[in-house]
Ligand binder design. Sequence first.
Ligand code: ZN
Length: 272
Amino acid sequence: MKEFKEKMTKKRKGTSLRRFVAGCMLGVFCLGLSLNMGNAAALAAYNDSCTVRQEKIAEGTQYETTLYVIESHNPGPTVLVTGGVHGNEPAGYKAAAELIDEEIKCGTLLVLPNANQIAIDKNLRSPSATGNLNRKFPTTANGSAEGTLAKAILAMMKDYEVDWVLDLHEGANYSKLSSTSSVGQSVIYYPSGEAASAAKKIVSTLNERITTSYRQFQVLKYPAKGSLARAGAIVCGANSMIIETCTRDTLNTRIERQLIAVDVILERVGMK
Ligand SMILES: [Zn+2]
């Protein structure tokens, strides 16, 4: 387990002295509350100070896109949710867009809804400007990303020392059908251990609502080499996963499933 308090002070979180002092005052306030109201009530009061700010990724380039940084003042993990790495997989970027003002109880939630804005604008998996973004990330711990956009996203992941990476994607078919090689309706994790356990929890939670066997989610391993999720694990030590809905379902259903999957992780790490 990492030491979150120490880590939070290291990150580029724009922590100004004023915010630090405000946080301390709030902490003292909450300590006082806790004496009278119990810890739960005090924590609830503290959580109200959760803040959202925006940063630009690949600023000033044709790839520029917005990162939403949601910070609690309580120590905790850093979770990154990305959508739109592939521009023709709308449930991923639409679900991520719904998370940009999420309230969290601890840690930091990073949301990059439109990771590849050019791909989204063109409704393409691999626009010529970027190629397949999900093969541009390093395949070794000290490797480099390829291209301006992947380099910028990787730099952000390193700067924030992400603990979890949830990359939202879609497949054209149900992965359980033997007739397809699609990975739709799956959670693809890396590495083993906690990421695998968390992926299984997402799958079991989602499958409670899906009665037809071949339409159910399954756990798969591992994300492709060069993918954002896999790089998050091998470069940053994160628990990573790609969450794949299936485009044969309605868009609303797919968005809902993506959000349930993210919720499973946010609850697991104590953010919700
Ligand atoms: Zn994809």
